[in-house]
Ligand binder design. Sequence first.
Ligand SMILES: *[C@@H]1O[C@H](CO)[C@@H](O)[C@H](O)[C@H]1NC(C)=O
Length: 274
Amino acid sequence: MSSSFYSRPTSFLMFSFHFLLVAYTAGAANFYNDFDITWGGGRGKIVGPGDILTLSLDRISGSGFQSKKEYHFGRIDMQLKLVPGNSAGTVTAYYLSSQGVNHDEIDFEFLGNTSGEPYTLHTNVYTQGKGEREQQFRMWFDPTSHFHTYSILWTPQTIVFLVDETPIREFQNMETIGVPFPKNQPMRLYSSLWNADEWATRGGLVKTDWTHAPFMASYRNFNVKAGHVMSQPNLAHRQKLRWVWKNHMIYNYCTDAKRFPRGFPPECKVKFRN
Ligand SMILES: *[C@@H]1O[C@H](CO)[C@@H](O)[C@H](O)[C@H]1NC(C)=O
Protein backbone atom coordinates (compact mmCIF):
# COMPACT_ATOMS: atom_id res chain seq x y z
CA MET A 1 0.00 0.00 0.00
CA SER A 2 2.70 2.49 0.85
CA SER A 3 4.54 2.16 -2.45
CA SER A 4 1.43 2.84 -4.49
CA PHE A 5 0.65 5.61 -2.10
CA TYR A 6 3.77 7.48 -3.13
CA SER A 7 2.77 7.52 -6.77
CA ARG A 8 -0.67 8.94 -6.13
CA PRO A 9 -0.93 12.43 -7.53
CA THR A 10 -3.09 13.58 -4.67
CA SER A 11 -0.88 12.29 -1.91
CA PHE A 12 -0.64 14.35 1.20
CA LEU A 13 3.06 14.80 1.21
CA MET A 14 4.00 18.41 1.27
CA PHE A 15 6.38 18.11 4.13
CA SER A 16 9.27 20.46 4.09
CA PHE A 17 10.85 19.62 7.35
CA HIS A 18 11.84 22.04 9.99
CA PHE A 19 13.70 21.54 13.13
CA LEU A 20 13.39 23.88 15.96
CA LEU A 21 15.84 25.97 17.81
CA VAL A 22 14.18 26.66 21.07
CA ALA A 23 15.20 28.81 23.99
CA TYR A 24 14.12 27.20 27.21
CA THR A 25 14.98 26.32 30.72
CA ALA A 26 14.42 22.70 31.59
CA GLY A 27 13.83 21.80 35.19
CA ALA A 28 14.27 18.31 36.53
CA ALA A 29 11.14 16.38 35.70
CA ASN A 30 8.99 15.65 38.70
CA PHE A 31 5.61 14.07 38.23
CA TYR A 32 4.36 15.47 41.54
CA ASN A 33 4.92 19.02 40.27
CA ASP A 34 3.69 18.59 36.75
CA PHE A 35 0.76 16.15 36.82
CA ASP A 36 -2.43 15.16 38.59
CA ILE A 37 -3.67 11.59 38.57
CA THR A 38 -7.26 12.17 37.54
CA TRP A 39 -8.90 8.78 37.55
CA GLY A 40 -8.46 5.14 38.40
CA GLY A 41 -8.96 4.93 42.17
CA GLY A 42 -5.28 4.42 43.00
CA ARG A 43 -4.40 2.54 39.79
CA GLY A 44 -2.28 5.49 38.67
CA LYS A 45 0.76 6.13 40.86
CA ILE A 46 3.70 8.47 41.07
CA VAL A 47 6.52 6.42 42.49
CA GLY A 48 9.73 7.14 44.34
CA PRO A 49 10.88 10.76 44.39
CA GLY A 50 8.56 11.60 41.49
CA ASP A 51 10.63 10.47 38.56
CA ILE A 52 8.37 7.59 37.50
CA LEU A 53 4.64 7.41 36.99
CA THR A 54 2.75 4.18 36.37
CA LEU A 55 -0.77 3.60 35.11
CA SER A 56 -2.57 0.32 35.48
CA LEU A 57 -5.67 -1.34 34.16
CA ASP A 58 -7.69 -4.21 35.57
CA ARG A 59 -11.15 -5.57 34.95
CA ILE A 60 -12.72 -2.84 37.06
CA SER A 61 -10.99 0.27 35.77
CA GLY A 62 -8.15 1.89 33.90
CA SER A 63 -6.36 5.02 35.04
CA GLY A 64 -5.15 8.35 33.77
CA PHE A 65 -3.35 11.59 34.48
CA GLN A 66 -3.20 15.11 33.13
CA SER A 67 -0.75 17.98 33.24
CA LYS A 68 -1.33 20.73 35.76
CA LYS A 69 -0.28 23.29 33.16
CA GLU A 70 -1.60 24.12 29.74
CA TYR A 71 0.80 24.63 26.86
CA HIS A 72 0.59 26.87 23.85
CA PHE A 73 3.20 25.80 21.30
CA GLY A 74 6.45 24.09 22.16
CA ARG A 75 7.90 20.65 22.26
CA ILE A 76 6.78 17.98 24.70
CA ASP A 77 8.76 14.80 25.30
CA MET A 78 7.84 11.82 27.42
CA GLN A 79 9.38 8.39 27.72
CA LEU A 80 6.90 5.52 27.84
CA LYS A 81 7.28 1.81 28.41
CA LEU A 82 4.10 0.12 27.24
CA VAL A 83 2.13 -2.84 28.58
CA PRO A 84 4.23 -5.98 27.94
CA GLY A 85 3.16 -9.51 27.05
CA ASN A 86 -0.39 -10.14 25.98
CA SER A 87 -1.61 -6.54 25.83
CA ALA A 88 -4.33 -7.11 23.21
CA GLY A 89 -7.34 -4.94 23.93
CA THR A 90 -5.45 -2.36 25.96
CA VAL A 91 -4.92 1.16 24.70
CA THR A 92 -2.42 3.64 26.07
CA ALA A 93 -3.44 7.11 24.97
CA TYR A 94 -1.01 10.01 25.15
CA TYR A 95 -2.23 13.31 23.77
CA LEU A 96 -2.54 17.07 23.90
CA SER A 97 -6.05 18.47 24.00
CA SER A 98 -7.90 21.71 24.57
CA GLN A 99 -11.45 21.72 25.88
CA GLY A 100 -14.96 22.15 24.55
CA VAL A 101 -16.78 21.17 21.37
CA ASN A 102 -14.35 23.05 19.15
CA HIS A 103 -11.32 21.55 20.78
CA ASP A 104 -8.00 20.78 19.15
CA GLU A 105 -6.23 17.53 19.83
CA ILE A 106 -2.93 15.86 18.89
CA ASP A 107 -3.09 12.11 19.59
CA PHE A 108 -0.78 9.21 20.04
CA GLU A 109 -2.60 5.96 20.89
CA PHE A 110 -0.80 2.67 21.37
CA LEU A 111 -2.91 -0.39 20.62
CA GLY A 112 -1.67 -3.50 22.38
CA ASN A 113 -1.42 -6.91 20.75
CA THR A 114 -1.10 -10.56 21.66
CA SER A 115 2.32 -11.72 22.91
CA GLY A 116 5.05 -11.33 20.33
CA GLU A 117 2.86 -9.39 17.86
CA PRO A 118 3.59 -5.73 17.11
CA TYR A 119 1.76 -2.80 18.61
CA THR A 120 -0.12 -0.38 16.38
CA LEU A 121 0.64 3.30 16.81
CA HIS A 122 -2.52 5.22 15.99
CA THR A 123 -2.35 9.00 15.45
CA ASN A 124 -4.94 11.68 14.86
CA VAL A 125 -5.23 15.45 14.68
CA TYR A 126 -8.40 17.30 15.66
CA THR A 127 -8.87 20.93 14.71
CA GLN A 128 -11.89 22.93 15.81
CA GLY A 129 -13.60 19.75 17.06
CA LYS A 130 -13.10 17.76 13.86
CA GLY A 131 -10.79 14.76 13.65
CA GLU A 132 -11.03 11.90 11.15
CA ARG A 133 -7.36 12.29 10.25
CA GLU A 134 -6.09 8.91 11.33
CA GLN A 135 -2.72 7.55 10.39
CA GLN A 136 -1.43 4.28 11.79
CA PHE A 137 2.00 2.76 11.98
CA ARG A 138 3.31 -0.68 12.85
CA MET A 139 5.90 -0.11 15.53
CA TRP A 140 9.36 -1.11 14.35
CA PHE A 141 10.70 -1.98 17.78
CA ASP A 142 9.36 -3.59 20.92
CA PRO A 143 7.94 -0.62 22.87
CA THR A 144 7.50 -2.76 25.99
CA SER A 145 11.06 -3.83 26.78
CA HIS A 146 12.56 -0.35 27.25
CA PHE A 147 11.50 3.26 27.55
CA HIS A 148 11.21 5.16 24.25
CA THR A 149 10.68 8.87 23.70
CA TYR A 150 7.47 10.12 22.14
CA SER A 151 7.41 13.81 21.28
CA ILE A 152 5.00 16.38 19.97
CA LEU A 153 6.39 19.47 18.33
CA TRP A 154 3.81 22.20 17.99
CA THR A 155 4.50 25.53 16.35
CA PRO A 156 2.25 28.03 14.54
CA GLN A 157 3.46 26.48 11.26
CA THR A 158 3.42 22.77 11.92
CA ILE A 159 2.80 19.81 14.20
CA VAL A 160 5.34 16.97 14.12
CA PHE A 161 4.97 13.60 15.83
CA LEU A 162 8.32 12.04 16.75
CA VAL A 163 9.31 8.61 18.00
CA ASP A 164 12.86 8.53 19.37
CA GLU A 165 13.55 11.67 17.29
CA THR A 166 12.25 10.00 14.13
CA PRO A 167 9.39 12.04 12.64
CA ILE A 168 6.44 9.81 11.81
CA ARG A 169 3.87 12.42 10.90
CA GLU A 170 3.63 16.09 10.10
CA PHE A 171 0.50 18.21 9.99
CA GLN A 172 1.34 21.55 8.47
CA ASN A 173 -0.57 24.76 8.85
CA MET A 174 -2.80 24.75 5.75
CA GLU A 175 -5.10 27.58 6.74
CA THR A 176 -4.48 29.15 3.34
CA ILE A 177 -6.46 26.27 1.76
CA GLY A 178 -9.15 26.34 4.43
CA VAL A 179 -7.94 23.69 6.86
CA PRO A 180 -8.15 24.92 10.46
CA PHE A 181 -4.92 24.62 12.42
CA PRO A 182 -4.56 24.34 16.23
CA LYS A 183 -3.34 27.79 17.08
CA ASN A 184 -5.64 29.75 19.32
CA GLN A 185 -6.28 27.39 22.22
CA PRO A 186 -3.78 26.12 24.80
CA MET A 187 -3.71 22.38 25.34
CA ARG A 188 -3.13 20.13 28.31
CA LEU A 189 -1.24 16.85 28.18
CA TYR A 190 -3.27 13.75 29.02
CA SER A 191 -2.52 10.07 29.23
CA SER A 192 -4.63 7.07 30.08
CA LEU A 193 -4.56 3.32 30.01
CA TRP A 194 -7.93 1.76 29.27
CA ASN A 195 -9.66 -1.29 27.90
CA ALA A 196 -10.72 -0.90 24.29
CA ASP A 197 -11.22 -4.44 23.10
CA GLU A 198 -14.41 -3.31 21.38
CA TRP A 199 -12.44 -1.48 18.68
CA ALA A 200 -8.70 -1.85 19.16
CA THR A 201 -8.45 -5.47 18.12
CA ARG A 202 -9.84 -5.59 14.62
CA GLY A 203 -13.35 -4.72 15.67
CA GLY A 204 -13.42 -6.77 18.85
CA LEU A 205 -12.15 -10.04 17.40
CA VAL A 206 -9.61 -10.44 20.17
CA LYS A 207 -10.73 -9.93 23.74
CA THR A 208 -8.62 -8.61 26.58
CA ASP A 209 -7.17 -11.52 28.53
CA TRP A 210 -7.87 -10.51 32.10
CA THR A 211 -5.81 -13.37 33.51
CA HIS A 212 -2.81 -11.12 32.69
CA ALA A 213 -4.22 -8.13 34.62
CA PRO A 214 -3.27 -5.73 36.04
CA PHE A 215 -1.71 -4.28 32.91
CA MET A 216 0.84 -1.56 33.48
CA ALA A 217 2.48 1.25 31.50
CA SER A 218 5.31 3.42 32.85
CA TYR A 219 6.36 7.02 32.22
CA ARG A 220 9.52 8.99 32.88
CA ASN A 221 11.61 11.96 31.71
CA PHE A 222 8.79 14.35 30.94
CA ASN A 223 10.25 17.46 29.35
CA VAL A 224 8.68 20.63 27.95
CA LYS A 225 10.41 23.24 25.87
CA ALA A 226 8.43 26.36 25.28
CA GLY A 227 9.46 29.66 23.89
CA HIS A 228 10.31 31.49 20.73
CA VAL A 229 10.79 29.12 17.90
CA MET A 230 12.77 29.43 14.72
CA SER A 231 12.71 26.76 12.10
CA GLN A 232 14.85 25.70 9.20
CA PRO A 233 14.54 22.89 6.67
CA ASN A 234 16.09 19.61 7.65
CA LEU A 235 16.66 17.06 4.93
CA ALA A 236 17.57 14.26 7.33
CA HIS A 237 14.17 14.54 9.02
CA ARG A 238 12.36 14.40 5.70
CA GLN A 239 14.27 11.27 4.72
CA LYS A 240 13.41 9.62 8.01
CA LEU A 241 9.74 10.43 7.59
CA ARG A 242 9.81 8.90 4.12
CA TRP A 243 11.41 5.77 5.57
CA VAL A 244 8.66 5.44 8.18
CA TRP A 245 5.89 6.00 5.65
CA LYS A 246 7.36 3.58 3.15
CA ASN A 247 8.10 0.80 5.62
CA HIS A 248 5.84 1.18 8.62
CA MET A 249 2.67 3.04 7.73
CA ILE A 250 -0.35 0.74 7.77
CA TYR A 251 -3.19 3.21 7.39
CA ASN A 252 -3.57 6.70 6.00
CA TYR A 253 -6.95 8.43 5.85
CA CYS A 254 -5.69 10.34 2.83
CA THR A 255 -5.60 7.15 0.75
CA ASP A 256 -8.85 5.64 2.06
CA ALA A 257 -11.14 6.49 -0.85
CA LYS A 258 -14.01 4.34 0.47
CA ARG A 259 -14.26 6.56 3.47
CA PHE A 260 -14.53 9.78 1.52
CA PRO A 261 -16.87 9.02 -1.39
CA ARG A 262 -17.44 12.71 -1.97
CA GLY A 263 -13.73 13.47 -2.13
CA PHE A 264 -10.77 13.61 0.19
CA PRO A 265 -10.42 16.36 2.79
CA PRO A 266 -8.62 19.43 1.39
CA GLU A 267 -5.32 18.70 3.15
CA CYS A 268 -5.10 15.35 1.32
CA LYS A 269 -5.19 17.09 -2.04
CA VAL A 270 -2.03 19.04 -1.44
CA LYS A 271 0.42 18.05 -4.12
CA PHE A 272 3.70 16.34 -3.44
CA ARG A 273 6.10 19.23 -3.05
CA ASN A 274 9.62 18.06 -2.77
C1 LIG B 1 -1.53 -7.61 15.94
O1 LIG B 1 -0.62 -8.28 15.11
C2 LIG B 1 -1.20 -8.80 13.93
C3 LIG B 1 -0.14 -9.63 13.21
O2 LIG B 1 1.01 -8.87 12.94
C4 LIG B 1 -1.74 -7.66 13.09
O3 LIG B 1 -2.35 -8.16 11.91
C5 LIG B 1 -2.76 -6.87 13.91
O4 LIG B 1 -3.19 -5.76 13.16
C6 LIG B 1 -2.13 -6.42 15.20
N1 LIG B 1 -3.16 -5.77 16.02
C7 LIG B 1 -2.98 -4.56 16.54
C8 LIG B 1 -4.11 -4.05 17.37
O5 LIG B 1 -1.99 -3.89 16.34
